[in-house]
Design a protein around this ligand. Structure first.
Ligand code: ZN
Length: 144
């Protein structure tokens, strides 16, 4: 069971993308594997509403970590509405899993969820992910 959540030793490189710096696959990555762990410092409950970090990640009831890219390569992964990865929480830790086969050179993305999308992405003027950039649809609509 636990072996599913051991990050593979994949080559992952931060590079410029359509939405700032993103994290890119330096090799092919199969579907359904653990790509990388999202690591961060746990934020005390008292600070969770005042902390302005954009790298907060909820890991359960009243628990969150702050995964600034300086200490967390997975913090470079951008949001996408057509993501190729998805986070899974296991024993209070966050693992970024591949949802599909990822080709060398592709950007890694996961869906940040409705709350982040509505509060932060729309506040920034809309979604800049590859899917929204192409279709031009829906990137300024609130999500349920
Ligand atoms: Zn989008």
């Amino acid at each position: 069971m636990a072996s599913k959540f051991v990050p593979g030793d994949y080559i992952l490189t931060p590079k410029r993308s359509s939405a700032g710096i993103g994290l890119f696959a330096g090799q092919d990555i199969p579907k359904g594997v653990c790509v990388i762990e999202y690591v961060g410092k746990e934020v005390p409950e008292a600070d969770q509403y005042t902390n302005k970090s954009r790298y907060l990640f909820g890991i359960g009831e009243k628990r969150m970590v702050d995964g600034k890219p300086k200490i967390n390569k997975a913090g470079y992964i951008n949001h996408s509405c057509a993501a190729n990865c998805e986070p899974e929480i296991y024993k209070g830790r966050i693992f970024i899993m591949s949802k599909k086969t990822i080709k060398k050179g592709e950007e890694l993305t996961y869906d940040y969820g409705a709350e982040y999308f509505n509060d932060i992405i729309l506040g920034d003027g809309g979604c800049k992910c590859a899917k929204c950039a192409v279709t031009g649809n829906g990137q300024k609509k609130r999500r349920a």
